[in-house]
Design a protein around this ligand. Structure first.
Ligand code: IVH
Length: 697
């Protein structure tokens, strides 16, 4: 798609455009468009960002500004055109150019051998090449390009008619808005694929929803198909959908000669990839016999969790289009393709009882206790039901037989009760009106789905808050895990967060299981935590809606934590990503007397409450003005520690290789970043030892 020369030219052009405009508005707009589309492709299709976020944003804003001044130069494939206004109507129904069929399923080697025999009969030859690729577990889409421009995007619907969701499809940044089809003599082309949400994006999104008191989405598949039907495209954009395209279902051409690439499935997906589309070129393999296919399927199933998205099997396709045409389709599925389904990650079990757990913020979560059942190699016995709405929507009853799913890294969830198996002895799930731990009456704030215990001295909350404060991402007090916190709390040795620093060690030594060594280790870990940076302290305080990133934003804004006592709502809203919810929660926290008292006690204990970076006089850090980036697997230290060393000395971290980068520290298996730094020639490349040498002066 881009030659090395193209890449170098576009990269240099990006750098030039950052500081200066081109000759005239029209040519600058064209150049910015080209550069940003290239950056999108590198980021979303190749996963190798070439521009730092700020650089991309600068260029994007520049293009937006120029297009506002010169609307006559705006084209449909400008990256600014992905950002759309809200849709006014529901999605209109559209008919697919070719029906979107399903796939026939196989579950084992014998099924695949049967399919292979049928293929050979239908094809009239034993010489068939197969292609295998992942079966993506998302929402299927059809996209149509006309004269090289993305003209329509639609959901599968019933296979004949789908919903037109072009505006939302344009939010998926890996799908090109235009592609060089015309050059290849193609006027119109329909491409099929799957929209998915990567597992980490899905987990982060659900964590946020739960923190906001909303019901989590069931699984990445539902999340992807639901997102495609959201009426607000800006919200669709935020959900970070990905796409993989795996089939050309239709095309019309100017000439008679079929383009070379369009004789085989393998060729066609490579061709689309060359044109800038996300296709499974890296995962797709060709085979000469069904035995090879079977071996690949079995090996792939073992690795299924290594992929960033969910797959529920593999799809095996006859590679030659000529043979595909000869074999044809049924009304349900093509005869030249078959799905090999991986072992189900579903099982049925019995819902024994529901327990109610009180969290750090007082949220009361129903947790289903089920008869232990193995699913995909893990025994599941406890499943969060999140909130009352989830229980009501699913109409769950104690004693129900339930269908449980555990998709990859995603936490297990109850799909539904099997109502047809009820015998009349099932019981309603009764929600408590009072806190199961401290008996305070529960409250349910409007617009929230969770009930809360608002007694901030509720023992359950206190314990959870201490556990959070000591946790790895907060103050990182090793050995002070769940069990110890609970034990110390129950024995009256630890009543609140600051009490961590005044534990009576004589009493601890008397407890079984606490030898001299473990006491010393714990004391050292507690002592070390006093030097943690301010952002970790703020995160550890457990302010609602303040996650790790927000804690950094707050810490960076102040010199001492007490500065936050005087912050107004307006000042808070002016900080990055702070919305009304966060602002209200931060204000409330720092205006609560108990919390201020807690901060006093932490200070007395010697816990760092200042922003050390701000308090270091400008220019005194030895690495002041120097920029660093780490790549590859580091063996001498953890990446986060190394980054902290750089920051402690006044250095700055960058997220990608650019002319602004001074040092690239490389571990094992460093890839494209190293290549790029070498190409640039201006970046000093350091081994881990050399880096340590530099840090230690
Ligand atoms: S080929 C006529 N390839 O699975 C071509 N489908 O259960 C048929 N799917 O409806 C589709 N990954 O939505 C194909 N690599 C892949 C796929 C794939 C996922 C979906 C597709 C299909 C469904 C059938």
């Amino acid at each position: 798609m881009y030659t090395t020369q193209d890449e170098q030219r576009l990269y240099n052009l990006a750098k030039t455009l950052m500081d200066a405009d081109g000759e005239n508005a029209e040519s600058t707009i064209i150049q910015l468009r080209e550069v940003l589309n290239y950056a999108d492709w590198k980021y979303y299709v190749q996963s190798e960002p070439v521009l730092a976020d700020v650089e991309y944003d600068t260029l994007f804003k520049k293009l937006q500004r120029l297009e506002e001044q010169h609307p006559e130069y705006v084209t449909a494939d400008s990256p600014t055109q992905r950002v759309a206004k809200g849709l006014s109507e529901k999605f209109p129904a559209v008919s697919h150019l070719v029906p979107m069929l399903s796939l026939d399923n196989t579950y084992n080697a014998d099924d695949l051998r049967d399919w292979d025999r049928r293929c050979k009969e239908l094809a009239g030859t034993d010489d068939i090449e197969y292609c295998a690729e992942p079966k993506y577990d998302g929402a299927s889409i059809s996209i149509i390009y006309e004269n090289g421009q993305l003209a329509r995007g639609a959901t599968r619907g019933d296979g004949v008619m789908g919903e037109e969701v072009t505006t939302n499809i344009k939010q998926i940044r890996s799908i090109p808005l235009s592609a060089a089809f015309t050059k290849a003599g193609i006027n119109q082309i329909e491409i099929r694929g799957e929209v998915v949400i990567n597992k980490d994006v899905f987990t982060a999104y659900n964590t946020q929803r739960i923190a906001e008191g909303l019901s989590p989405l069931a699984n990445p598949r539902n999340a992807a198909s639901g997102t495609l039907r959201i009426l607000d495209p800006a919200e669709v954009g935020k959900r970070k959908l990905s796409a993989i395209l795996y089939h050309i279902s239709y095309y019309t051409q100017t000439g008679d000669a079929i383009p070379d690439a369009l004789h085989t499935h393998y060729g066609s997906l490579n061709w689309l990839y060359e044109l800038g589309f996300p296709t499974p070129v890296k995962e797709m393999k060709r085979f000469r016999s069904i035995d090879e296919v079977i071996a690949f399927c079995e090996a792939f199933e073992v690795r299924r969790d290594d992929l960033p998205y969910e797959v529920d099997g593999l799809v095996i396709k006859v590679n030659s289009f000529a043979l595909q045409d000869k074999m044809g389709m049924t009304t349900h599925h093509p005869r030249w393709a078959v799905a090999y389904k991986f072992k189900a990650r579903q099982a049925t079990s019995k819902l024994l009882r529901v327990e109610f757990q009180v969290g750090r913020t007082g949220s009361v979560t129903p947790v289903a206790k089920i008869e232990p059942v193995p699913i995909g190699g893990v025994t599941v016995s406890s499943i969060s039901l999140f909130n009352e709405d989830v229980v009501r929507e699913k109409d769950l009853h104690i004693g129900d037989t339930v269908l449980v799913e555990r998709a990859g890294d995603v936490i297990p969830y109850i799909v539904k009760p099997l109502a047809e198996l009820r015998n009349g002895t099932e019981e309603k799930i009764i929600f408590p009106t009072h806190c199961p731990v401290c008996n305070e009456e529960l409250e349910k704030p409007e617009e929230e789905a969770v009930w809360r215990c608002i007694n901030i001295s509720c023992p359950a909350q206190v314990v959870e808050r201490i556990i959070h404060f000591a946790s790895k991402d907060a103050m990182d007090i090793r050995n002070m895990g769940d069990a110890n916190v609970r034990k110390f709390y129950e024995l009256g040795l630890l009543k609140n967060i600051p009490a961590i620093y005044t534990i009576n060690w004589d009493e601890v030594s008397k407890l079984g299981g606490f030898g001299e060594k473990s006491v010393t280790n714990l004391q050292t870990a507690i002592d070390n935590s006093k030097q943690q940076p301010l952002n970790r302290v703020i995160y550890g305080l457990g302010i609602r809606h303040v996650g790790e990133t927000m804690a950094k934003t707050l810490a960076n804004a102040v010199t001492h934590i007490r500065d936050l006592y005087d912050y107004t709502e307006e000042q808070l809203l002016a900080l990055d990503d702070v919305g009304p919810k966060v602002a209200a929660s931060v204000l409330h926290f720092f205006h609560t007397q108990e919390n201020r008292h807690m901060i006093d006690l932490l200070e007395q204990a010697g816990v760092n409450l200042v922003n050390q970076k701000r308090n270091t006089p400008q220019g005194s850090g030895e690495l002041e003005g120097k920029t660093f980036l780490f790549t590859g697997t580091l063996s001498r230290f953890k990446r986060s520690d190394a980054e902290a060393m750089v920051e402690a000395k006044g250095g700055t971290l960058l997220s990608s290789v650019s002319s602004k980068l001074n040092y690239l520290v490389v571990g094992e298996d460093a890839g494209s970043k190293l290549e790029k730094a070498k190409k640039l020639g201006t970046v000093a490349i350091l081994s881990e030892d050399e880096f340590l040498g530099l840090i230690n002066g």
